[in-house]
Design a protein around this ligand. Structure first.
Ligand SMILES: C[S@@+](CC[C@H](N)C(=O)[O-])C[C@H]1O[C@@H](n2cnc3c(N)ncnc32)[C@H](O)[C@@H]1O
Length: 232
């Protein structure tokens, strides 16, 4: 039990959510690392400006479990754009040690935290890049790109699509407005030649909130290193 969990002591106004049973099911043997991540986030999250204390009552469900539901979709290399506190990148890296992750985050305070997490959890499959995604389009080429709570689709697609190899995929975690965002981004979707753009709900039948993800394939001709700046 975390030292922030409701104990009646009254020091912590927002009690940290207790680990839901689904977490161990989803993380399997790696649940120990997930627990450590949750405890560290609860301990340091507010202090290090990573996560507001009002998120503590849904730390597992809304953040960690929400992130790890993507794990079964992953191929061999993934870049997570705007990782912030490490969501979804860290829970995914814990659950899928067989996948190579590049977490891209421009804010130094956050990359310091991410490096600390990687060291504490001894994650061998994570590289942290302190950068804006658009500045590393020529340096990163991965099978899939994830992003959560970074920006609306019309801005997010130009940040993420150039990081994917030809035939790669975007996995953008979105809320209820996913379909509206797709409609608003139709021009950008065409420009970046995304195909099979659709919203999927992950976690159906599981005892947790579903995760909504926008999935899109990156056309073979527009994969990493293609220059789309000319007609921007
Ligand atoms: C609201 S936070 C979300 C963090 C995390 N993904 C989550 O779900 O909790 C957005 C993050 O995106 C980062 N970000 C903003 N613009 C970016 C860019 N151009 N490239 C990469 N990261 C960016 C910010 O620094 C911030 O950490």
């Amino acid at each position: 039990m975390s030292n922030h969990e409701s104990s009646g002591a009254g020091k912590q106004p927002f009690a940290v959510e207790a680990e839901p049973p689904i977490a161990a099911q989803l993380f399997g043997d790696n649940i120990v690392q997930a627990r450590r991540f949750a405890a560290d986030l609860a301990e340091d999250g507010e202090l290090r400006g990573l996560i507001g204390p009002s998120e503590y009552p849904r730390l597992w469900t809304r953040h960690i479990v929400n992130s790890v539901l993507l794990a079964p979709l992953l191929r061999e290399s993934v870049a997570d754009v705007g990782s912030g506190a490490g969501l979804p990148g860290i829970p995914l890296a814990i659950a899928r040690p067989d996948v190579a992750f590049t977490l891209i985050e421009p804010m130094e305070r956050r990359t310091t935290w991410l490096n600390d997490v990687v060291e504490r959890l001894a994650l061998k499959n994570v590289t942290i890049l302190r950068a804006r995604a658009e500045d590393v389009h020529d340096d990163v080429a991965v099978q899939q790109v994830t992003a959560r709570a970074v920006s609306a689709m019309s801005k997010l697609i130009p940040l993420t699509a150039p990081l994917a190899v030809a035939g790669g995929e975007l996995l953008l975690l979105k809320g209820r407005a996913a379909e509206t965002e797709i409609d608003k981004a139709s021009k950008v979707i065409r420009k970046y030649r995304l195909s099979e753009v659709r919203v999927e709900e992950l976690g159906e039948g599981l005892d947790t909130e579903p995760t909504r993800v926008v999935r899109a394939l990156v056309d073979a001709e527009v994969g990493a290193s293609q220059d789309l700046t000319e007609d921007r």
